[in-house]
Each structure stands twice: as structure tokens, then as C-alpha cells.
Design a protein around this ligand. Structure first.
Ligand code: FES
Length: 106
């Protein structure tokens, strides 16, 4: 089970075991990570699961597809490393991934 480190808005780092096949959003919720609201339940419609992929991982995780890209327009403070965590599937290749939670409420 890959270890994923979530960095909450207050800077606290939480290393979590997340099962392959889950989304990063599901892994964050299961592990009680603060700041992921996921109001739409993972259907790529709300942007409240927005996070920043750590710079060292951006290439490996890859870019958003067109649908995610348009939903990301709703996110606060979008950056080049922005992804919607409900759209990133956890795989063994993401062992050690670091994800910085974005501001998801206004
Ligand atoms: S949970 Fe709504 S876009 Fe990810």
C-alpha cells in the first residue's frame, strides 16, 4: 500500500497508507485529512478536493484531462501543480507522493 504524505494548510505533514485503486481524495478522507471537502463526492464537478502536487512529483502524476481542467477553473488559487484529488488514482508508482492541500473553502 503506497505511503502518501498530505501536507495540511497549517503545514502539518501526515503520512498515510492509501490503498491502490482509491483516489487521493478518498485516501485523504479515510485518513481524516483536513481541508478536502469533496462536496460532489468525486465526480469532478466541484473543485473542493483541490490540492497541489509537490513539485518533485508533478511530472510523474501528470496533467489534468480536459474535464478536470475546466473544473479546476472553479478552484481558488490555481497553480501549475494543481490537481483535483478525486481524479488522481493511487498506484504503486505513487509511493512517497507528497500532496499539499489547497484552500478549499472561501
Ligand atoms: S470531489 Fe468534487 S471535484 Fe473532486
Amino acid at each position: 500500500m503506497p505511503k502518501i504524505t498530505f501536507v495540511e494548510l497549517n503545514g502539518e505533514r501526515k503520512e498515510c497508507d492509501v490503498a491502490c485503486g482509491l483516489s487521493l481524495m478518498e485516501g485523504a478522507i479515510q485518513n481524516g485529512i483536513d481541508g478536502i471537502l469533496a462536496i460532489c463526492g468525486g465526480s469532478c464537478a466541484c473543485s473542493t478536493c483541490h490540492s497541489y502536487i509537490d513539485d518533485a512529483w508533478v511530472e510523474k502524476v501528470g496533467p489534468a484531462n480536459d474535464i478536470e481542467d475546466s473544473t479546476l477553473e472553479l478552484a481558488l488559487e490555481r497553480k501549475p501543480s494543481s490537481r483535483l484529488t478525486c481524479q488522481v488514482e493511487v498506484t504503486e508508482a505513487l509511493e512517497g507522493l507528497v500532496v499539499h492541500i489547497a484552500q478549499n473553502d472561501s
